[in-house]
Ligand binder design. Structure first.
Ligand code: URA
Length: 235
């Protein structure tokens, strides 16, 4: 199947998904937005009210702030793709439960494998928990490059956190700038990056390291530090 057909098949599957309880309350599934050939993939938590209504991620207040940052940092429309850990809105905008995230992560993995972004930006504690699986708060993780099974990852704040605390704006801006610079140098060939596919395991269709259970001790639910205060309130 060619890439366009793989995307079509994936979107159809997500649209029909009933793998977890979140399908019961959704108006729309929210697959992603941006370029399917993006060099940077940004991952948030889950759709809020506006996203549920419009079927697109980050279209509410937090999304407008994110768009402003991306535009200001010269991310072009072909540079980024935005998705979430879960594709359906959690009730009351709560953080996705671990079983909901685990049910949905295979879709995100397939999105990664189709886009093969040079850099992956985890926005907020929920994305960091399920993608990186570190037992540290986003405040400690942010701004540092890390690698998981061939993916180059930059954790940063969730844009909604910036709406509550202005002092985080400059930090997130700094992180997104760092990610753009890395993307540019990978594209220019000045930095070999860790592009998925550069490693034989990925070429063979192996999964990126997003499985909660793939890394012992990093299972969902063992990281209280990444849940409570860090969870974004969607607007
Ligand atoms: N917050 C998220 O995490 N994702 C969205 O799509 C919107 C708000």
């Amino acid at each position: 199947m060619d890439t366009a057909n793989q995307w079509r098949a994936l979107s159809d599957e997500i649209a029909r998904c009933n793998r977890c309880r979140l399908c019961e309350g959704r108006r729309n599934v929210v697959v992603g937005r941006g370029s399917l050939a993006a060099g940077a993939m940004l991952v948030g938590e889950g759709p809020g009210e506006q996203e549920d209504i419009q079927g697109l991620p980050f279209v509410g207040r937090a999304g407008k702030l994110l768009d402003l940052a991306l535009e200001g940092l010269m991310y072009g429309p072909d540079d980024f793709y935005i998705a979430n850990i879960v594709k359906c809105r959690p009730p009351g905008n709560r953080a996705p439960l671990d079983d909901e995230a685990e049910a949905c992560l295979p879709f995100l993995r397939r999105q990664f494998m189709l886009i093969k972004p040079a850099v992956l930006v985890c926005m907020g504690a929920t994305a960091a928990k399920h993608i990186i699986g570190k037992e540290r708060t986003i405040t400690k993780l942010r701004g540092e490059w890390m690698e998981r099974k061939g993916w180059l990852i930059m954790p940063t704040f969730h844009p909604a956190a910036l709406l509550r605390d202005e002092s985080k704006k400059a930090l997130m801006w700094h992180d997104l700038k760092k990610a753009k610079q890395r993307l540019d140098s990978v594209r220019a060939g000045a930095d070999p990056g860790l592009r998925a596919g550069a490693e034989p395991g990925f070429r063979a269709g192996a999964e990126p390291g997003l499985r909660a259970g793939a890394e012992p001790g990093l299972r969902a639910g063992v990281e209280p530090g990444l849940r409570a205060g860090d969870s974004p309130q969607k607007r």
